[in-house]
Design a protein around this ligand. Structure first.
Ligand SMILES: [Zn+2]
Ligand SMILES: [Zn+2]
Length: 416
């Protein structure tokens, strides 16, 4: 029969790698609860309109990367390419704006983008992120950035750098976009076909393009810095002061605009320099229109998302301390009930125990115990069975004792 493989751009996560994921997830839950973020789980697919309206019709994500399909009733649905729009939708739909205070969420889960698979980049990939609704202060933005940066630091990530920028607001961006459009128009010949279309539809997105020609053109295009309205300029100054207070090092990059349309004012990105250039592992910003644009109240939001695959690539993870493993070997099947009773005692006390049901000879069972790196090998042979005893080999200390079966737990507990 033909083998059926996983779809391109997806992968299976199995032991021992899965323990890295579980560790990372546990660290996320613990860390973000310090700031009063509560977990939210939203559906993996939504109505396509949510992302078209939320992320922006002319973004790369919406135009090229979404997994959109029709269900049997003809509805257009999309596997979520990111989670902010979904969290906003959930808050509106469940009236959380009235019910909860503070409105702080974190999420962990798979996202889907039809992207070119490469090292650390998949079509089903995983993100964690946080969102704060209703709070407007620039100092809060600094706290959100701190909560991103400090977490990576606590994980032991080295050589990370933070870039920040302001992308303006509805008040100041339109005038800037006209200036940008004119300047981009003059450089049109240097741009790729996509970016030539963006000149008319959404010139800010030219800064997202990775084509060398577009990058060098973008390097000379005017930035929004000189066009920020007093409100945005003040907010940006406040963000930097807040970052100084929280001791977060940063660089201002006026050309970093993030690939999503919903950002207003604060935008930020954390990259790792460790695996070469272009390693954004976390990005976010403020989105003051998104909640209103999706039919909610006119209140602001701010947050970030981080790619977990890339994060794990950058982490050096030492194995967790697991509880002792007991391997239960048995000379003959007739003694197995005694072995099973001992295993039950161990499981109930929280030990990891493995019963070998194979009826293989003891030598083979001992080899298996070695392969599993068991801490203790318990043996029940003829003599032990007759005396109601069990032989315990402490594999780390290279010791061996024969003890009454009912004393096993006491003996194990003393060895902890
Ligand atoms: Zn503004
Ligand atoms: Zn381009």
């Amino acid at each position: 029969m033909n083998r059926i493989n996983a779809p391109r751009g997806t992968r299976d996560i199995v032991y021992p790698e899965i323990s890295h994921w579980q560790m990372l997830e546990a660290r996320i839950r613990e860390f973000y609860s310090r700031f009063l973020y509560r977990e939210i789980r939203t559906p993996m697919f939504e109505r396509s309109e949510l992302f078209q309206r939320g992320i922006g019709d002319t973004t790369e994500v919406v135009q090229k990367e979404m997994y959109t399909f029709q269900d049997k009733a003809g509805r257009s649905l999309t596997l979520r390419p990111e989670n902010t729009a979904s969290v906003v939708r959930a808050a509106i739909e469940n009236n959380l704006f009235d019910a909860l205070f503070p409105l702080r969420f974190f999420y962990i889960g798979p996202m889907f983008r039809y992207d070119k698979p490469q090292k650390g980049r998949y079509r089903q990939f995983h993100q964690f992120g946080i969102e704060v609704f209703r709070e407007e202060s620039a100092e809060l933005d600094a706290e959100v950035v701190y909560a991103a940066y400090a977490f990576l630091e606590e994980l032991g990530l080295r050589e990370i750098s933070l870039e920040i920028n302001s992308v303006g607001c509805d008040e100041c961006r339109p005038a800037y976009l006209r200036v940008l459009q004119q300047a981009a128009q003059a450089r049109r010949d240097e741009l790729c076909a996509d970016c030539r279309r963006k000149v008319d539809s959404n010139p800010l997105r030219i800064f997202d393009c990775k084509q060398p020609g577009c990058r060098s053109a973008a390097a000379t295009l005017p930035t929004i810095a000189a066009h920020l309205c007093p409100g945005c300029a003040g907010h940006f100054v406040g963000l930097q002061a807040g970052l100084d207070t929280y001791s977060v090092p940063y660089k201002v990059n006026e050309r970093m605009v993030r690939g999503l349309d919903y950002y207003t004012r604060t935008a930020f990105e954390i990259t790792s320099d460790r695996l070469g250039a272009q390693n954004a592992i976390l990005g976010g910003g403020r989105y003051n229109r998104l909640i209103r644009d999706l039919g909610g109240p006119d209140i602001p939001g701010v947050g970030f998302a981080a790619g977990m695959e890339r994060l794990l690539l950058h982490l050096e993870i030492s194995p967790e301390n697991e509880p002792s493993l007991c391997f239960l070997a048995c000379q003959s099947a007739e003694f197995r009930p005694q072995v099973m009773k001992l295993a039950r005692v161990l499981w109930q006390a929280g030990y990891h125990a493995y019963v070998d049901y194979s009826n293989a000879n003891l030598k083979k069972q001992f080899r298996r115990s070695d392969r599993m790196a068991a801490n203790f090998t318990l043996v029940l042979g003829e003599e032990e069975a007759a005396e109601g005893k069990v032989t315990v080999k402490d594999m780390t200390r290279q010791e061996q004792v024969r003890i009454p079966q009912q004393e096993l737990l006491k003996w194990m507990n003393q060895r902890k």
